[in-house]
Design a protein around this ligand. Sequence first.
Ligand code: SF4
Length: 165
Amino acid sequence: MIEADDVGGVHIKYLYHCPRQIWLYLRGIRPEHLSGTVQLGEAVHETSYNRNSPIDLGAAKLDFIDGQHWVHEVKSSARPTRADEAQGRHYCYRLEQIGIDAQGAILHYPKTRRTHRHPYTPEAARQAQADIAEVLTIAGAGTSPARLTRSACRGCSFTDYCWTE
Ligand code: SF4
């Protein structure tokens, strides 16, 4: 259903928030289009950091890469998450695969005017590969992974699907 090369940023983000999201997404179940959260994310993107076109790496689409080969990603949330870091690491790995020596990811949080730098180390490269393998394992599972606790689902765009009895 999905191969290693098909794993993109959205799968990695879901992996770190809730494995069930990956499973649902890969079966064509989509969150509500243009939910409030999605709209906010798009608005932040359009207004805060519109200096370059996104870079399309097939399954992965990153915001931009600078002249020193740092990946830049603009986030709509106020606080950094492990998912944000994992996505940045994944993009570095994808760049490395096509011969670009990515230095790491710089994550921008316009809401709080913070930036976080995550160098792309050999350990990060190994973790990026492990994350892809984990996505493939979840994708191949016969049944959907269990839901998170209700409080952990807050803000997830699959909430209606998972919690409407
Ligand atoms: S609503 Fe909760 S259980 Fe369902 S996909 Fe989202 S985070 Fe996971």
